[in-house]
Design a protein around this ligand. Structure first.
Ligand code: 13P
Ligand code: SF4
Length: 301
């Protein structure tokens, strides 16, 4: 049965000249069938470079929107109505109000935002390049950082910049506590602790390294250590174990799951390719402004 679905997906993908791009938090079978698996930055980079006619974005809404913003002439499909609760914590109206209070500030928007919010921002960032993005802004400039307060605080501490934060957070990462991490550390005293910057400051303070998903993968690949406590969504363990079969990974807390990321199954993907749904659309005036924010980010090396 699964083999029939996989055959259909492969055939239909050829017919449509489609590319399947998956985030590291996707279900293992989606990561395995994807043409490309990566973090948010890599997915945006791949979307801007692809020659495929159809982009199937296996992730959440803001990732599919980014692909559409970068490829207005291509069809972008999101196989489930998957959103990001953190992205929903900032609206264009609320951001405009904050901009009115700080008219000189540069707005740095984490890619985990809607197209309409990106359109109100000056430059995007991901957890991979947030330090480089903030360092690219002249020191005398005030910065509004939206929407993740945890990533914002981490970037402020690392760059020494004063920033105005937004009270947003990832409900999946924000509930990891120092207690969870200490418990894993006592069970696995040899293990290195590597966490995503969406975790709260008390967790970041305990970590040996703080990285985006792709950064965590690079860290464990380069490390001579054999055991790691991982502070991010559990789907990522599939890619870590495939890349490093000789290493052992423990989650920083049990049930570390983003439900939205888990909405795409093989049958949802097959149905999406069959019916060409859900097609992502971004109105052109929003797209042009959001494109500028994403492009400003993609130009940062
Ligand atoms: P990455 O940029 O590390 O892929 O993270 C995206 C995300 O949604 C984390 O929750
Ligand atoms: Fe959004 Fe958090 Fe899920 Fe990432 S893990 S998509 S930030 S809710």
């Amino acid at each position: 049965m699964a083999n029939d679905i996989i055959d259909y997906i492969m055939r239909r993908k050829q017919e449509l000249n489609a590319v399947i791009m998956a985030h590291y938090y996707q279900n293992p079978e989606i990561q395995d069938i994807a043409d490309f698996v990566g973090d948010s930055l890599q997915l945006a980079q791949q979307a801007s470079a692809t020659s495929a006619q159809v982009i199937v974005s296996c992730g959440v809404n803001f990732m599919a929107e980014s692909a559409k913003i970068l490829n207005p002439d291509k069809m972008v499909l999101l196989p489930a109505q998957a959103g990001c609760p953190m992205a929903d914590m900032v609206t264009p109206e609320a951001l405009r109000e904050m901009k009115r209070q700080h008219p000189q500030a540069v707005v740095v928007a984490y890619v985990n935002t809607s197209a309409a919010v990106k359109a109100e921002s000056d430059i995007c960032c991901t957890s991979s390049n947030a330090l480089a993005v903030v360092n690219s802004i002249p020191r005398e400039k005030e910065i509004i950082f939206i929407p993740d307060r945890n990533l914002g605080r981490y970037v402020a501490a690392q760059t020494g910049r004063e920033m105005i934060f937004w009270p947003g957070y990832c409900p999946v990462h924000d509930i990891v506590s120092a207690g969870h991490v200490k418990e894993q550390m006592s069970l696995h005293p040899q293990a290195k602790v590597v966490v995503h910057p969406e975790c709260p400051p008390e967790v970041i303070a305990l970590a040996d390294a703080v990285r985006s998903t792709a950064g965590i993968l690079q860290y464990v690949q380069a490390s001579a250590e054999k055991e790691f406590i991982i502070g991010t969504e559990e789907g990522f363990l599939h890619s870590l174990r495939k890349a490093c079969p000789d290493k052992t990974f423990y989650l920083a807390r049990s049930h570390f799951v983003c439900q939205d990321m888990k909405m795409i199954s093989l049958s949802a993907l097959a149905l999406s390719l069959e019916k060409l749904q859900e097609q992502i659309e971004v109105t052109e005036n929003v797209r042009i402004k959001a494109f500028r924010s994403l492009q400003n980010m993609l130009e940062i090396k």
